[in-house]
Design a protein around this ligand. Sequence first.
Ligand SMILES: Nc1ncnc2c1ncn2[C@@H]1O[C@H](COP(=O)(O)OP(=O)(O)OP(=O)(O)O)[C@@H](O)[C@H]1O
Ligand SMILES: [Mg+2]
Length: 405
Amino acid sequence: MNTVDLARRKEAMHALNPFAPGAGRQPKELVGREQELEIMDRIIARTKAGYSDRGLVYSGLRGVGKTVLLLRMKDMAAGQGLITVRMEATGNETHDYELLFDGISKAILRERRGTLRQKMLDSLKHVNEVSLELGLIKTSIGLGNEDKGISSDSLRLEMMVEELCRELKKEGSGLFLFIDEFQVMSSDLMGTIIGLQHSMGQEDLPFYVIAAGLPNLPGVLTKSRSYAERLFQYKRIGRLPEDETRECFEKTIGKINVRFDDDALNRLIELSKGYPYFIQAYGSAAFDESESSPIPLSAVIKGEPIAQASLDSGLYESRWQRARPLEREYMRAMASLEKSVCSSAEIAERLGRPPADVVRVRKGIIDSGLAYSPERGLLAFTVPGMGDFIRRAAPSEEQTYDDRA
Ligand SMILES: Nc1ncnc2c1ncn2[C@@H]1O[C@H](COP(=O)(O)OP(=O)(O)OP(=O)(O)O)[C@@H](O)[C@H]1O
Ligand SMILES: [Mg+2]
């Protein structure tokens, strides 16, 4: 085969690359989440039968597949004709309320059953009229036992959800709220949503919060409302075990009748460590470096620096650059310990500072979602491989990383 033919063949093969590295990109093969999808099936079946259930909360590190799982669950519920609203919390309360109200309106408009749609539109109209009147009270409405009172947005959301769920229950349907990055939501709005899951459950109305976020999410929820503990099923999602990682690589390319040589596959399993984002990145680069099936080890090796670069830009660099200089210094000390979980005291010691001096920096890192505390006094990165990245690629502050960019 001449070079022109070879180049064409390579190009044709690349066009078929089935790997999908990138935040929220739906993988060709969603591996290892069968149990979660079964849980969703059950919730859907129960909703249709008129039962209510607890909500679901998924927590896990960056890149383990929380968003794609949420999207898949949303498709399942929407496919069964249920009302689904999806939002990614931003932490800006006004904006998050807008996303919610907007999402609810659009979800109603998507309802195919004309009578139900009309009933829900009527409910919405009624709630909007009432809240317009309440909106005349500009600030907040004190309701006795609440410290801060309830904002009119919160009251409007509560009325809306209740009215809609009453209509939906009559039709064997339900309202599903899929919230991604739930841990960053303002505590007032989060409290309102938890309160809704609670009160709708008490009234046996079909309202479900299905949420995802970083490992600190369960703690943030119980801090917001202590009773949040019993309102949700809490599930951790993480990396895939070796057999499922293998299955993921094989099935992803099996769909287009391509396979990996055994040594290529073993190397990919080792490189990815079972992290879904890594699987997609290393798989994609190896695929692009090969010309034919089976994909050889040489293609995996050639693809390694390319995959590494795509992970650097997709997972690490922007987060590192957004951190403040003191936070970077702290994270560099953390990375230098070369442990998956570090003690805060050890980090302070490495920095040569008393722990109390660096408490605020530590908090800043946790608040911005770069690290979390798996246990009191301990700290771990939320991004798998962040420590390796810092040791490998993060230049020292003297070189002023920002200026370099
Ligand atoms: N079960 C899975 N099987 C195969 N690939 C997956 C799976 N879950 C996720 N992926 C892939 O992993 C990558 C990251 O997925 P996703 O964005 O859902 O992660 P995440 O947990 O939401 O990350 P973040 O915390 O950064 O938002 C995507 O490329 C996606 O296609
Ligand atoms: Mg996500």
